[in-house]
Ligand binder design. Structure first.
Ligand code: MN
Length: 237
């Protein structure tokens, strides 16, 4: 058996694969339109969001079907590092500029970034037709081991049990990690569980949580060709 690849469009990298059984006539033909992430349609899902309040001004360009490119400036070094890991490990593209009231503390900048990311995820997903809906991962980082499970159910819920032995990692308050994930889960309409199966170094715990979230979200947002419409008995999620 072999597959013949035929380019049908240079603009969107769409290709046709034709399956041929050697030594026999063509007995079946499979046509798929795929892009560089193997999607069944050619729509690259993305959202651009700008949000301005008296506390923060945020501009985000989010590509759900990206390649892991990140350009991030939040004014909080360790938070930049976490969002960069999120983009890279989830194969999202994330361009983000946050100008926040860091002279107060990082709270508004971190929380509002979570609100904007949640909104971007929700907008990029649209009606959620044809996606897996559920995703999970368990990510180790040396001694730290973090589980993340996601249901893109439309219902916001956060279950979170990370605990820390230090108040800060760099200039990020560790208590703000919960605020960030709460904001994402609430605005995205996502059921989000983050469990610490093993802790230790605070940098490792936070970083493994961001990577676990990235992997779980990547899986939950992947198209599944078996899903007709949305994966719900209700018909809407
Ligand atoms: Mn690190």
């Amino acid at each position: 058996m072999r597959y013949i690849r035929k380019n049908i469009s240079r603009d969107n990298n769409a290709v046709i694969f034709v399956r041929i059984i050697a030594g026999t006539p063509v007995i079946s033909e499979c046509v798929m339109l795929i892009n560089n992430k193997g999607l069944m349609d050619m729509n690259i899902r993305s959202a651009d969001i700008s949000r301005k309040t008296k506390e923060t001004e945020i501009n985000m360009e989010f590509v759900l079907d990206g390649s892991g490119k990140a350009q991030i400036e939040t004014g909080i070094g360790f938070f930049n590092h976490m969002l960069d890991s999120f983009a890279r490990h989830g194969f999202f593209d994330l361009k983000l500029a946050v100008k926040g009231d860091l002279y107060v503390d990082p709270h508004h900048s971190v929380e509002d970034t979570g609100i904007v990311l949640g909104q971007a995820i929700k907008n990029a997903l649209g009606d959620k037709a044809g996606i897996k809906r559920y995703g999970y991962s368990i990510i180790p980082m040396d001694e730290a081991l973090i589980l993340c499970a996601v249901d893109l159910s439309g219902r916001p819920y956060l279950s979170y049990d990370l605990s820390f032995s230090a108040d800060k990692v760099g200039y990020l308050d560790t208590e703000l990690v919960r605020e960030f994930f709460y904001a994402v889960s609430y605005t995205a309409g996502m059921n989000l569980h983050i469990r610490m199966l093993n802790g230790g170094n605070n940098h490792h715990v936070v970083e493994a949580a961001f990577k676990a979230f990235a992997k779980a979200l990547d899986e939950a947002t992947r198209p599944d060709p078996r899903v007709d419409g949305v994966l719900s008995a209700k018909g809407v999620i």
